[in-house]
Design a protein around this ligand. Structure first.
Ligand code: ADP
Ligand code: MG
Length: 347
């Protein structure tokens, strides 16, 4: 309609209206500004008779919304949905879809940070479908090793194979496509998304635009799958909450849920029970066992000996970046070097 565009067209009132529309509707959500625009059109009609004071009223409304409903109209809707979702939640069992686990082979892996060799000439063979634990004191290089396997640190030496194929040079996302998923020692959840949406992040949409058009409802299958995964982990009733509202234990489960959403064949867990109470830890142990039973290969890093001894098939001990022992849980438990690394010498 406009034959001419000038700065006059974007005066204070319009700028304010656009801002209010987004805020009233709800930020961070596609439907928010849409709902907000409707609200503000109605509101503009209502306050039009106030003439010059209309701008003042707009300002008051903006401040009031920001203070009272920081998540806007959509946020309010969610609050209602959350209540109904709670009632509808079904608690599932820990039955995962069967997969064929991947084989992970590392040889001569080395990573240096200026002055410190975090991991030194490290070799490892993780058998498909097994639970393999890496233990060692703080700073031993365990997280660095996981970062190298996941593709977030490139090694300074050595080779990494998944099912015999060299992946040393592959970036993290390509390794993910090969079936590698991981959780982080310092949780990496997206705070502005709901629990369900965080799980959706792990699901790769298998559809282009036309497939999307032909299906009934945006991301419907993906959402159902994400809910099912949350159900397996018995946290489906928390689907509409934000991660920050969850207990630490549930947040850890959520990270595992997001990793499971990737349909992994190899899963890396970095300190999955650090900071959890005994009941939460038992729950994670159960999840690890079920995943393993479904065929997923699991490489786990953990401090808690009782946990490690109870879930792992094989244990590798790392100290100052060097492998000092490897074997069955019972073998490692009695190893003199391991006892020394953990408890110090008798002296
Ligand atoms: P762990 O997970 O076994 O506690 P890390 O792998 O985190 O140990 O650390 C091993 C060593 O590498 C430590 O000396 C640590 O200071 C160093 N390190 C780890 N990550 C980094 C990094 N991103 N930059 C520099 N040094 C690092
Ligand atoms: Mg660590």
């Amino acid at each position: 309609q406009s034959g001419f565009v000038g700065s006059d067209a974007f005066g204070l009132r319009l700028s304010l209206d656009l801002l209010i529309a987004a805020v009233i509707g709800g930020l961070g959500n596609t439907n928010g500004p849409l709902a907000g625009t409707l609200l503000i059109m109605v509101m503009a009609e209502l306050i039009a008779p106030l003439q010059n004071y209309a701008l003042l009223v707009r300002g008051v409304i903006l401040v009031a919304v920001l203070m009272l409903f920081p998540e806007g109209a959509i946020g309010l809707l969610r609050l209602f949905k959350r209540k109904s979702a709670k009632a509808a939640s079904t608690e599932g069992s820990l039955a995962f879809e069967k997969v064929s686990g991947a084989r992970l082979t590392g040889s001569g892996l080395t990573k240096r940070f200026a002055g410190v060799t975090a991991v030194s000439d490290f070799s490892l063979e993780v058998v498909p479908g097994s639970v393999h634990a890496i233990i060692g004191p703080n700073g031993a290089g365990k997280s660095t090793l996981i970062q190298m396997i996941a593709g977030l640190h490139s090694p300074d030496g050595g080779k990494l194979l998944i099912d015999g194929a060299d992946v040393t040079a592959l970036p993290a996302h390509r390794r993910a496509r090969l079936g590698l998923a991981r959780t982080f020692q310092n949780l990496q959840l997206i705070g502005s998304l709901t629990v369900l949406e965080n799980v959706l992040l792990g699901i790769s949409p298998n559809a282009g635009f036309f497939a999307w058009l032909s299906r009934n409802g945006f991301e419907r299958e993906e959402r159902e799958r994400a809910l099912r995964i949350l159900g397996y982990l018995r946290i489906a009733h928390l689907a509409e909450l934000k991660p920050a509202e969850l207990s630490y234990g549930h947040r850890k489960l959520l990270e595992i849920a997001r990793a499971i959403a990737q349909k992994p064949r190899l899963m890396l867990l970095d300190e999955p029970i650090a900071g959890l109470n005994a009941a939460e830890a038992r729950e994670i142990a159960q999840v690890v066992r079920s995943l393993s039973k479904a065929g997923v290969t699991i490489l786990i890093i953990e401090h808690n000996m009782e946990f490690v001894m109870s879930v792992s098939d094989r244990i590798t001990v790392l100290d100052y970046g060097v492998k000092i022992a490897e074997g069955l849980p019972a073998e490692v438990r009695g190893n003199a070097k391991v006892i020394e690394a953990y408890l110090g010498t008798e002296a």
